[in-house]
Design a protein around this ligand. Sequence first.
Ligand SMILES: [Mg+2]
Ligand SMILES: [Zn+2]
Length: 184
Amino acid sequence: MIILSKIFCKFKVFLKKIRGKNRAVIFDRDGTLNIDYGYVGEIEKFELFPDVIPSLKKLENAGFLLIVITNQSGVGRGFFGIENVEKIHNHLKKLLLANGICLAKIYTCPHAPEERCKCRKPKTLLFEKAIKEFSLDPQKCYSIGDKETDIIPAEKLKMKGILLGRHCKNLKEAVEIILKNESE
Ligand SMILES: [Mg+2]
Ligand SMILES: [Zn+2]
């Protein structure tokens, strides 16, 4: 069953890709979708917030592509390996898929700040990659995060940033803002 949903999900994303001018919501991971325990390197420490599933479902139904962009400097700092990150991301994708939610892609920066890479938020590289890969129209896109650094790259690229704890309380409220915006 999960294999069929996976194929269906890939097909849906593919259709959007070729259509172009896409709308997406780009999520930060830790502190936005799941509880931020500092460095989350094991599935046991990966705990979604309660409203994530219904919130993502609403966005998907409204026609948004769902994308995650995450800084995982725990890899660069040697706290855990990139394979740990991949394991968690496969777990997250499966969890969502089991609820009928299709995550288009997860982009990860595995570097420590000292490495001065081009992909670590607040740098814009991973956002630019997402725009290119999924033919996004930035002005129709939103970025939701719990830190200023999640919003800065999005706004630089003309997306709308929603900062949890400032613009609203949690993901559920962020989604309400987006859907209200869309209906106006
Ligand atoms: Mg965060
Ligand atoms: Zn990086």
